[in-house]
Design a protein around this ligand. Structure first.
Ligand code: FAD
Length: 150
């Protein structure tokens, strides 16, 4: 099985209401578990940044569905490549929200303190995501996963 990762950025449309993030994560986690996909979704300001990893077939089919979703547009692939191991093996779809995104980590990987994923290089985006994973797992006291509130 070819293991691949795909990272893309997109912008929310008017069809997306933040309160729908629960539905979105719920569906993603359920589908991804069945397909052996792991990764993380970041939503901050008006941007989505998502990292998907799994078999080439599953990632491709899932990404095709995601591209057809009217809740976002402006989809740009930042990185797509074969990998030899997963980075998010225990997250069917981790969540990084506004309360997690922090200025220090933004500044480390970009020109300023704002979260501007369209302007980041593939390597910076990957390192940013790995730092954020570490930050959330270490227990950011302000981290809110919308599904925990249900
Ligand atoms: P369906 O039964 O078709 O839909 C499930 C629910 O999703 C519906 O009840 C509805 O509430 C909602 N929904 C679906 N499409 C829309 C729409 N266009 N507008 C409003 N609500 C809608 N899916 C994954 O499987 N894995 C992912 O990692 C993943 N990540 C996503 C990231 C982003 C930024 C976005 C916008 C969507 C993502 N999705 C993901 C959802 C994906 O686009 C499809 O909606 C989903 O895969 C359809 O799954 P389904 O056929 O099982 O469910």
């Amino acid at each position: 099985m070819e293991l691949v990762r795909l990272i893309y950025v997109s912008s929310k449309t008017e069809a997306f209401d933040y309160r729908e993030i629960n539905n979105l994560l719920d569906t993603a986690r359920e589908n991804n578990e069945k397909r052996g996909i792991t990764g993380t979704l970041c939503f901050s300001r008006k941007f989505f940044l998502q990292y998907l990893e799994g078999s080439r077939k599953s990632v491709g089919e899932t990404f095709a569905k995601i591209c057809a979703d009217t809740r976002h547009n402006g989809i740009e692939i930042i990185d797509y490549q074969q990998i030899h191991k997963r980075e998010f093996s225990h997250w069917t779809m981790g969540y990084i929200g506004d309360t997690d995104v922090n200025e220090e980590i933004n500044l480390k990987y970009s020109g300023n303190i704002e979260f501007e994923p369209y302007k980041m290089s593939p390597e910076s985006v990957l390192q940013w995501l790995l730092d954020m994973k570490f930050f959330v797992e270490r227990g950011n006291p302000e981290h809110v996963d919308p599904l925990d509130l249900l």
